[in-house]
Design a protein around this ligand. Structure first.
Ligand SMILES: *Cc1c(COP(=O)(O)O)cnc(C)c1O
Length: 389
């Protein structure tokens, strides 16, 4: 059986380092918000080319806390992809705001920048592009749309410019990258996590950078946002038992930080391996007639998922299972069709997202998976493709 993702093998490679990290944390006697988390935050910020990283409990919290820190709430609208994992929408709902869906580019399955303008209303406060499958959204047109909403400032030498510029900028839309699937991905040479006003990452075990439990982080170049997030994740408190606002408990702990810091050192190597597997798949599946991933020239994806589009998807998935190849579907039900969102007022049909949900299939993708497994997947796919034209 070729597993979809062999997490056991991935993590056993680090067994000795994990045990050393456990000993270090045990010996320190310090388990939450200490030197391990500080060191990981420093390393992760540098890796993403951002000034600040703030460790939090998970990816959903990372998204939600940024929206809260921007004071986005009831009455506000936030633009989200129709084709994404439900957490992108849940973060907006948790903040009390309304998710407004925008359909994907059918080639990349990522949010289509050309459809965003029509979804912007006077209530829109932010856009949350998702770097789906590990490939960044097309960020330049999204940032341009966001900036276009800001006020222009004509400089006058006598004025105190800083507060004026801050006010003008505040009128623009905020752009929050959902980078939960894109650790290490690049857009026009720049890393995910440094592209918007802030970025949210998840360290759920199955992500490209995965902990041995839950974890998340936010990256940003905005020092004031970073400071507010450090309050919000820790009961709204900077000084113990002094609470400046009604915060949350959402922290990355010392053990997970130590594990993640070790794994961060080999993330580029793991991503390079994913890239090699993706290249083999792209070449080996060229004759299947399936919709293969499309990589624009500005994208350097990290292949969190390798997603093909197949008309007779369910029959193909069953045939692959019989041939010993495990596949998954990301995602079988789009957020707007979930029971959780069926009663949301004004929830519009999203025909493209709905159609993709019936056609997408994610092939096995484990960094350093054996060559024989890669070949077995390609062989089984070609057989299934010729059976189910
Ligand atoms: C995994 C994921 C999240 C949520 O991360 P958690 O750590 O599981 O809360 C959010 N958005 C996307 C696109 C994801 O893939």
């Amino acid at each position: 059986m070729v597993p979809f993702l062999d997490l056991k093998t991935v993590n056993l490679r680090s067994r000795d380092a994990f045990r050393a990290a456990l000993d270090r944390v045990l010996e320190s006697g310090w388990f939450v918000l200490g030197s391990e988390t500080e060191a990981f935050e420093r390393d992760f910020a540098a890796y993403c080319g951002a000034d600040h990283a703030i460790g939090v409990a998970n990816g959903l919290d990372a998204l939600h806390l940024v929206l809260r820190a921007w004071d986005i709430g009831p009455g506000d609208e936030v633009i989200v992809p129709s084709n994404t994992f439900v957490a992108t929408w849940l973060a907006v709902s948790q903040a009390g705001a309304t998710p407004v869906a925008v359909e994907p580019d059918p080639a990349t399955h990522n949010i289509d920048p050309e459809r965003i303008a029509a979804a912007i209303t006077p209530r829109t406060k932010a856009i949350v592009p998702v770097h789906l499958y590990g490939q960044t959204a097309d960020m330049e047109p999204i940032l341009a749309l966001a900036e276009a909403r800001g006020l222009k400032v004509l400089e006058d030498e006598t004025a105190d410019m800083e507060p004026i510029l801050a006010l003008a900028e505040a009128r623009g839309l905020k752009v929050l990258e959902d980078a939960a699937q894109a650790h290490g991905a690049r857009y026009r040479g720049r890393p995910a996590g440094s592209l918007g006003h802030a970025a949210a990452f998840s360290f759920y075990p199955g992500k490209n950078l995965g902990a041995l439990g839950d974890g998340g982080a936010i990256t940003t170049n905005d020092a004031r946002l970073a400071e507010r997030l450090r309050l919000l994740r820790n009961y709204g408190s900077q000084v113990k038992y002094r609470h400046e606002e009604r915060g949350y408990n959402s922290r990355l702990d010392e053990l997970q930080s130590a594990f993640l810091r070790h794994k961060l050192a080999s993330l580029d190597e793991d991503n390079a391996s994913r890239r090699a597997i993706a290249s083999a798949y792209l070449a080996g599946l060229a004759a299947t007639g399936w919709g293969l991933p499309s990589v624009p020239n500005w994208a350097e994806p990290v292949w969190h998922l390798f997603v093909v589009r197949v008309a007779r998807r369910d029959e193909v998935q069953a045939a692959l299972r019989e041939a010993g190849v495990q596949t998954l579907i990301h995602y079988p039900v789009p957020p707007h069709e979930q029971a959780a969102y069926r009663d949301m007022p004004g929830v519009a049909p999203q025909p493209l997202a709905s159609r993709l949900a019936g056609e997408v299939l994610s092939l096995p993708m484990t960094p350093h998976m054996p060559q024989a497994d890669i070949e077995a997947v390609i062989r089984a796919c070609n057989e299934a493709a010729s059976r189910f034209r």
